[in-house]
Design a protein around this ligand. Structure first.
Ligand code: ATP
Ligand code: MG
Length: 157
């Protein structure tokens, strides 16, 4: 079962992330896929906010993974600049992020090296201020997560 949301502003995309945050637990993996400017980082910032992370989640040019701490530890990886999927293998993301939440932007740059069980979020640009978010669960844990998120996420998202 996948879920689709239409966001009409950056704030609404962040709010969706914020609403997902309370349902997340250590060991969870969320992959955020979509073209440049589709809203992956905005959504990640909403999650950070919802987890009471003090700084804003963002990507840096030379570091593939940034760590934050809030209600959970957060490992935010941005694979946009990844040159070789082997690098992701070396990062051992799944193993190193076990004690927290793993968020990955541009997972399509190394899908084979990422955990097969994850929540996949697809971001599509549908207009200057509109984005379509499709949530696809891969694994029981994420089916349950989405079932819990669905009623909470109602209204204007
Ligand atoms: N509904 C919307 N949701 C999210 N962002 C939006 C929306 N409408 C417009 N935007 C704009 O799109 C951009 C989204 O940027 P963001 O950094 O979140 O994207 P991204 O997918 O992480 O991009 P990148 O691939 O470069 O990392 C921002 O400039 C934001 O203001
Ligand atoms: Mg980004």
């Amino acid at each position: 079962m996948s879920l689709v949301f239409d966001s009409h502003s950056p704030a609404q995309t962040r709010r969706l992330g914020r609403r997902l945050a309370p349902l997340l637990q250590a060991g969870d993996v969320v992959l955020l896929q979509g073209e440049l400017g589709a809203g992956k980082t905005s959504f990640s910032q909403g999650i950070g906010d919802g987890l009471k992370v003090a700084e804003a989640v963002k990507s840096s040019s030379f570091v593939l993974v940034n760590e934050y701490s809030g209600r959970l530890r957060v490992y935010h990886a941005d694979l946009f600049r990844l040159e070789d999927p082997e690098q992701v293998f070396e990062l051992a993301l799944e193993e190193n992020a076990q004690d927290g939440l793993l968020l990955v932007e541009w997972p399509d740059h190394a899908m084979a090296e990422l955990p097969p069980r994850h929540l996949l979020l697809l971001f599509e640009i549908t207009g200057p201020r509109s984005r379509r978010l499709t949530f696809e669960p891969n694994g029981d844990r994420y089916e349950q997560l989405l079932a819990a998120f669905k009623p909470k996420a109602g209204g204007d998202g």
